[in-house]
Design a protein around this ligand. Structure first.
Ligand SMILES: [Zn+2]
Length: 296
């Protein structure tokens, strides 16, 4: 028996090391990790910092997350200060100079897509967590197609040997996203307006033509006052709002109160779901679309 164990050990030592993917990519958010995996395929290994169900603005910056960043070749972020409250200290702690902002190893999807909600005056002092424009672009499949294509170019720059494969995967993913939008756009036309908790769905509602009448938060990241909620309940009545779109991490007593007073139905609209690569991302968008259409 002892000899057998010894033989197995020798055998394991003699086996060639497991082939490592060419690039080690870290994404801040689960949906961004799925997008990165869709483009990187077998040529990249993707790790994600935030968990499904966490508020992307407020991820606890644990030192273990910095360790994940230490060897990263590429960091994929949403950008526009979305991760501004927690990512910079992690990059600092990781001591990985390749993934600092401005380096080829730092990729912000917001740099690649058209941004909505850019304010003339920076307003972070007032508590607004969207001081540079709305950072929730990854909820729109067509912006994701554009970002995936830009990401393929960045991967090609970092790993020229697989440039063609990155570009082909981004193109194939983009086609699936375009098809999804083409199929669903007519189904969501003419729906009653919604009210959302945080300003998370701006890109999605614009893409699919669902009007957003108002927000439970008076400003992104700011808790509502009783007066704001009373005004919102009145608005829900006059605008015939049918659904309250709520990020899973905002479901709670405030939503319950608005739903009870107004009669609108709270609908959980996640900005990430579990799942691998393209399939995971598409599953999230389909869930949002089915929920919005009231078909779930
Ligand atoms: Zn936000």
């Amino acid at each position: 028996m002892k000899l057998l164990k010894h033989s197995i050990l020798v055998l394991l030592l003699l086996l060639p090391a497991v082939a490592h993917a060419e690039l080690y990519i870290v994404a801040t958010l689960p949906a961004l990790g799925q997008i990165a995996a869709a483009v990187a395929g077998e040529d990249g290994e993707v790790r994600v910092l935030a968990r499904v169900g966490q508020d992307p603005h407020f991820v606890p910056p644990k030192p273990t997350l910095a360790r994940h960043l230490a060897d990263a070749d590429l960091l994929v972020t949403a950008g526009l200060a979305l991760e501004g409250g927690w990512l910079p200290p992690l990059i600092e702690l990781s001591r990985n100079s390749r993934i600092r902002e401005g380096q080829p190893g730092y990729f912000a999807g917001s740099d690649a897509v058209e941004i909505l909600g850019i304010m003339k005056k920076v307003d972070r002092s007032m508590g607004d967590v969207h001081p540079e424009g709305n950072p929730h672009w990854w909820i729109d499949p067509l912006r994701v197609a554009v970002a995936a294509s830009a990401l393929a170019e960045r991967l090609a720059e970092l790993d020229p040997a697989h440039a063609l494969a990155y570009r082909q995967r981004a193109e194939a993913f983009g086609k699936r996203l375009q098809l999804l939008v083409t199929n669903w756009q007519p189904k969501l036309k003419g729906l009653l307006p919604v009210v959302s908790y945080h300003d998370s769905y701006r890109y999605f509602s614009e893409r699919f033509g669902v009007p957003v009448a108002g927000f439970i938060e008076p400003k992104p990241g700011v808790e509502p006052s009783t007066r704001h909620l009373d005004e919102l309940v009145a608005l829900i009545g006059t605008r015939k709002v049918s659904q309250l779109w709520v990020e899973p991490y905002h479901l709670g007593r405030i939503v319950k109160r608005v739903a009870t007073l107004s009669g609108a139905t709270p609908v959980s609209m996640p900005d990430a779901v579990e799942g691998e690569g393209a399939e995971g991302y598409l599953a999230m968008v389909e869930l949002l679309l089915k929920s919005a259409a009231g078909r779930q």
